[in-house]
Design a protein around this ligand. Sequence first.
Ligand code: MG
Length: 300
Amino acid sequence: MDRETVFEILDPRFARLFIGTARLDMLFSDCRWAEGPAYFPAGRYLVWSDIPNDRMLRYDECNGQVSVFRHPSGHSNGNTVDRAGRLVTCEHGGRRVSRTEVDGTVITLADRFEGKRLNSPNDVVERSDGSLWFTDPTYGIDSDYEGNKGESEQAGNFVYRLDPETGSLSVVADDFVQPNGIAFSPDEKTLYIVDTGASHRTDGPRHIRKFAVLDEKLIDGGVFAEATSGFFDGLRLDTDGRIWTSAGDSVHCYTPVGKIKVPEVVANVCFGGPKRNYLYICGTTSLYGVRLPVTGAKTF
Ligand code: MG
């Protein structure tokens, strides 16, 4: 797809965020619902989830080949790479957050809060202090489509902070309908969290909230942006603090300056490539990518 088709300018500032020969690359197209991209710089590959197909895939950016990384995958959803280079995964099926150790063993980091099972962890990020922050909506237990149908055991759909060293798990936000994508600002003073509650409630939220991070707690949490097309889902930031987030028709760049138009509903994004200037885009059946003149914020 060419530049005019792909980039929609809402504010003149966006014109500087793509170059004249930029295009949208179609990298793979055999998913049922692509989600959860996570980039491994040491291996120069991307791992992502294909939730209903209960598998994870791996894209090798050196040769363009795609292979199955894990099947079954516990209906994995969001992924991230921690500072030690390990894969951290939200699993709907196992109702847990897992970590893949350097020897390949997959261990459970969190599957219960106060003795009761989590709902279905959706998306996760690491802070530089080693803590993991993740969301726990009900999508993975609502039906067998993207997990295993089951009952919620929690009093709400919370956002959690996990200390992997101690296993300590605490609720950092308890007023979401369906907490979803989650990402820190480059200085980690701000945490952005998506609420996709409109999927379950008429006139429910379809927005991004913005929290101040104070040690292990969140403050404020006002609405940062309302979705103008479908839902926001996942999001990542660049080093200048711009937000690149999935939406119904495209990737939206905030403060609202423009869109990268994608021919399918977009679920999530992440920066990759040796210079972190290649935006990987999970869009329903396909993995897309676009090279940008911006640099993704380090997420680990
Ligand atoms: Mg999500």
